[in-house]
Design a protein around this ligand. Sequence first.
Ligand code: SIN
Ligand code: MN
Length: 276
Amino acid sequence: MKLTTKQIERFDDEGYLFFPSLFTREEIGVLLAEVPRLYAQHRTENVREKGSDAVRTNFAAHMYSEPFGRLARHPRMVEPAMQMFGEPVYMHQFKINGKMAFDGDVWQWHQDYGTWKNDDDMPEPRAMNVAIFLDEVNEFNGPLMFIPGSHKLGVLDAAHDTSTTSYPLWTINHDTIAQLVGRGGIVAPKGTAGSMILFHSCLVHASTSNLSPWNRVSVYLSLCAVSNHIRRFKRPEYIAHRDFNPIDCLPDDCLLKPYPVRLPWRDGTPAAALTA
Ligand code: SIN
Ligand code: MN
């Protein structure tokens, strides 16, 4: 999928692009059908919500699940990132965030590149998040919120919050957020399952808890320009990948046809990939 000049200008201005209903119901069905099996597993890659059995995030499913292995090579998700960076990309991180009905907890205000720089020594913010909705996202189930234009400020000061949720995050203080929102406002792209968002790794974002009866499962591919690969291996490989080989895209119908994919962790994740 190729972005137009207008879309690229808009991305440069606002820090994100929204593609409503980009994937069909049938394509999303293939992915959604796999989620309960993955979430039911008791494995390190499933991070559960604080005080609950609900999965907050599942890491690296593209390494052990066939449908997600194919999604990780989907041209609608991968090609726009290659186009933006003008070079091949590799998978820095792959996650399926639950934000489950009633249990889904907040994601505090943060920038992803803050973590990638501080923890992983990624040289530049030349990595992109591409999110796909597996459920409808509405105003009640904790949509992702962005501060448009905030990506232009580069890396903002952040503090390591290890206590608010079950997952540690470098978060931005409330005074800074109030100032940024005063200038840029807040947007929250909402839409049907199958919608996709592309967002800059310095774009400030967050989401509230999900008190609604509707799950908000979304998949996030963090695609990094190959030449910009991480230099420090402080976090385990299942969170910050170390295979810097370019992603080879499959054909556009890859969610509906059983193209073979390599699933190196299908029979279990090697112990070395689960520890720092
Ligand atoms: C994230 O920022 O990585 C996830 C936010 C969300 O899923 O709401
Ligand atoms: Mn994030």
